[in-house]
Design a protein around this ligand. Structure first.
Ligand SMILES: [Zn+2]
Length: 155
């Protein structure tokens, strides 16, 4: 379980675009990837269509999870937007955060920030630092060496 989340700049930009498009309602979705590094975003419908809270569509959730598994990735976070409030967990967000392992990412249109949180079983909110980077950051030293024999297949 990684203690921080790496999100490429272009995915933050996509979340922001979705947040702007769905304002004044909250926008929501999943972040997928591996090892704490976000590789992509899955846009979901806020079935509440509300400026103050969101609910995911169970059918979309199911399809998204299937997609993530087929890619051999993990579900790294649930994100949603705060159109008019700062990037903080609201009382409602804390109340609805039922998975202590899940990272909740909030993008605020009010303060322009993107922050990550977890909520433990005692309903304590824990900060999950978010690192925002350019896509070039995906070429970490370990990747270069392991890719030069790309023809090797494990079946
Ligand atoms: Zn919220």
């Amino acid at each position: 379980m990684s203690a921080r989340l790496f999100i490429p700049q272009e995915i933050i930009a996509e979340i922001r675009e979705q947040a702007v498009a769905e304002a004044p309602n909250e926008a929501c979705g999943y972040l997928r990837g591996a090892d704490g590094r976000v590789a992509g975003r899955i846009e979901l419908t806020n079935v509440d269509a509300s400026p103050e809270h969101f609910s995911l569509d169970p059918q979309e959730q199911f399809a998204a999870l299937k997609d993530v598994r087929q890619r051999g990735e993990q579900l790294l976070a649930v994100y949603h937007s705060h159109p008019e409030t700062p990037a903080r967990m609201s009382d409602e967000d804390i109340r609805l955060a039922n998975d202590p392992k899940m990272v909740y990412v909030i993008h605020s249109l009010a303060d322009g920030r993107t922050r990550g949180f977890r909520v433990d079983r005692t309903r304590t909110v824990i900060d999950v630092p978010i690192e925002i980077g350019s896509e070039a950051a995906s070429t970490k030293p370990g990747d270069i060496g392991s890719n030069d024999r790309g023809g090797t297949s494990n079946g």
